[in-house]
Write a protein that binds this ligand. Sequence first.
Ligand code: SF4
Ligand code: SF4
Length: 388
Amino acid sequence: MKWKNKGHEFDAIGSKYKELKGILVYGAGELGVELHKILKGIGADYKFVDDYLGVEKKYLGVEVVTSDEMRALMREKGYIIVLAFGRLNTGMLLKQLILEGMVLGENLFEYHSFVDFYLHIIAAYRYNKCFIYSCGVKVINTCTLRCEKCMSALPYTQEKNLSLEEAMEETDFLFSKLDFICYYGIGIGEGFLYKDLDKLIEYTMEKYKDNIGVFAIVTNGTIVPSERVLEMVKKYNISIRVSNYYSVPGWKEKYAKLCEVLKKHEIIIQDYKYDEWIDMGWCDRKKEKDRRMTQKKFDNCGMNCRAVVKGRLTYCIHSMAANEALYQIDIEKDELDLSEEIEDIKKIIMEYDLGFNNNGALTMCQFCNGYININKNKVAVATQLKRG
Ligand code: SF4
Ligand code: SF4
């Protein structure tokens, strides 16, 4: 979407919540805990609602009210309820609460649309804070594999990894501007290849653990990290996400070794196995000429990998990396310069993260087939380029 009223795109919705007294998180399971982390990170006023926990009156250090007390607070006005449940319970409670007069999208929300949309607006308008679902710094630009259709075109790049000092500086800058990141990462290449990974994890988590939901390291499963890295992973509960490239010759053996070491350290991994992958189209250099089609593609693209690079927020880290590797176009106008002191910056960051920008799309969208939710160009997983 193209900015029409930068910093004020959501005034109509945001103004309803400027006087919000508090958020009632109904449900204390996995979704409730996720929401608690974000709400704590943005300094929101909130309480849990739970008829069983209500006896204890505190959960994760937060006040708990019963459903009767919740109804009394709703009569007072100024509160909203978020149903942090799975589908079955959400449906039942929506029915009850709507029949009692609560209005979906006004003072009653279900978890996913609340976290993916409304909460961003409430954070900016009520608390002058912003959070991003998935964002990080771009510390690593190298990889042990050479996938022909790498989403970030890494096999074609000349970019180097950041030094530890540069990485720490970028991290400090990011957290001086953004208040909470649900999924935090450190780059697009092979995470365990970063030589100061242990120090970077420690530095980041010691300073910013309250600003991070999950710190995730993405690995292609080919490297066994050092003892010191494993110690930091364990200590700070870092999430290890393995891209399962079982079709790459020799991969299974390396992965088995990694699993063995991680198991010994009682570190759980998340294994992401794909039957097919997508071709972003970077190497084809085919350009979409119809601007409206490019804008439509951007609006429908589910890419949610943001990054702060050299003081600028980039919407799509993969296209940024592909540009560095293959195109070298000036794409500064697509990014958000966070170094300037601008009024309403939290609202502008929120709008940018929700898909507003100067041209209604990114320059690189012209060359791109889109992210996984819209990309029909399927290819085999991790086909390797020849070395040399
Ligand atoms: S797709 Fe992943 S494993 Fe393959 S080159 Fe790119 S970053 Fe490395
Ligand atoms: S269309 Fe491509 S370049 Fe544009 S946001 Fe989506 S993935 Fe990134």
